[in-house]
Design a protein around this ligand. Structure first.
Ligand code: AHG
Ligand code: MN
Ligand code: MN
Length: 334
């Protein structure tokens, strides 16, 4: 599609290519877009409107919430609740499935989201984002339960994120490639600026939180040591390293210039299953990365094929440039 096409027109044209499409998905995406525009505005204004800092509350995962974790969750939840295209919602910041008020119109989709990813970065004015995943709701169920959300990543209808950086960019996949749209704030529209994104298959840039090194398993220890060994090491090239601590920012960098991102299993997070959340972070990012030609695994299996066991489930994540992720998989097999 032509550069500069608005996301609204992109969605409508997409809808026309699906025989029997009702327009419900387009309407749901419009709600997501509206919510992300509001979040972008809040994040942008920051302490001009007093939204930075801690809320001094904890979410269900035992993490201290930022004020903006709560505000963005409310914005996203309320917008989708009113839109009439979802049957229920689930968020990293809500303990349980959010069922709609009795009078609200129910739609045929479920949406799960991380309303503000990388929230430890807000107060220091570093990039954050919103991640979302769209699933089908079971037919004829007024109040879907946790069980209805526990679908493998391969079942996702669509996935995306909105990144609030120097510019605000919406990345979207509906299972037919990945496209990026930049928010023109003067006009209030997302415009197609990054069509058909593909991740270079090879890379020499890795991202991992090195402070966890002593907790890693042997394969990741070996891989990172081999990266650091550079040209004369077993991998035969000089690697660069990045760690933003916003998964959205890391994935966006990888979509732009390739790379590998790892939050592997380690002895510190083993009891919880890992650090990142399967439904809100790992599955949507895996779909985006795979649709852009990359790969996404736990170290032992493809993330999108995992059968989720609970809403707030955590998993190890290794994703990015295909050949590099394959190498790390081989280290785990070896
Ligand atoms: P969130 O802000 O939604 O809790 O997610 C933060 C995640 C992810 O975005 C990032 O890659 C990772 O946690 C950073 O973890 P460390 O602080 O352990 O590096
Ligand atoms: Mn997150
Ligand atoms: Mn979050």
């Amino acid at each position: 599609m032509q550069l500069g096409t608005s996301l609204t027109h992109f969605l409508i044209e997409n809808q026309r290519t699906h025989a029997g499409a009702t327009g419900d998905f387009t309407l749901l995406m419009n709600d997501i877009v509206s919510a992300c525009k509001v979040i972008s505005s809040y994040v942008n204004k920051g302490n001009l409107i007093g939204v930075l800092g801690s809320a001094e509350t904890e979410n269900v995962q035992g993490e201290t919430q930022k004020k903006l974790d709560i505000i963005t969750n409310d914005v996203f939840t309320n917008t989708l609740m009113r839109g009439g295209q979802v049957a229920a919602l689930a968020s990293e910041e809500m303990d349980e499935v959010y069922n709609l008020p009795a009078t609200a119109r129910r739609g045929k989709y479920l949406c799960v989201y991380d309303p503000l990813d990388g929230s430890s970065n807000i107060d220091v004015n570093v990039t954050v984002g919103t991640i979302f995943s769209i699933l089908r709701a079971p037919e004829g169920v007024a109040n879907p339960t946790e069980q209805d959300f526990l679908q493998a990543g391969t079942e996702q209808v669509a996935a995306g994120y909105c990144i609030y950086g120097p510019s605000t960019i919406m990345i979207l996949t509906t299972g037919n490639g990945v496209n990026g749209f930049t928010l023109d704030k003067d006009v209030g529209e997302f415009m197609l600026t990054h069509p058909n994104i593909t991740i270079p298959a090879d890379t020499a840039e890795f991202a991992i939180n090195m402070s966890n090194q002593r907790f890693w398993e042997a394969p990741v220890q070996k891989y990172v040591a081999d990266c650091i060994a550079g040209e004369t090491g077993p991998l035969g090239k000089r690697y660069n390293m990045r760690w933003v601590a916003s998964m959205v920012a890391e994935v966006h960098r990888i979509l732009t210039r390739g790379g590998i991102f790892m939050y592997p299993i380690d002895s510190k997070t083993r009891d919880k299953g890992g650090k990142l959340r399967l439904m809100y972070e790992a599955n949507p990012m895996s779909m985006i990365v795979e649709q852009a030609g990359g790969m996404s695994i736990t170290g032992y299996e493809r993330i999108m094929e995992m059968a989720p066991t609970k809403l707030h489930q955590r998993v190890p994540v290794i994703l990015g440039s295909k050949n590099e992720v394959q190498k790390v998989w081989d280290y785990h097999k070896g």
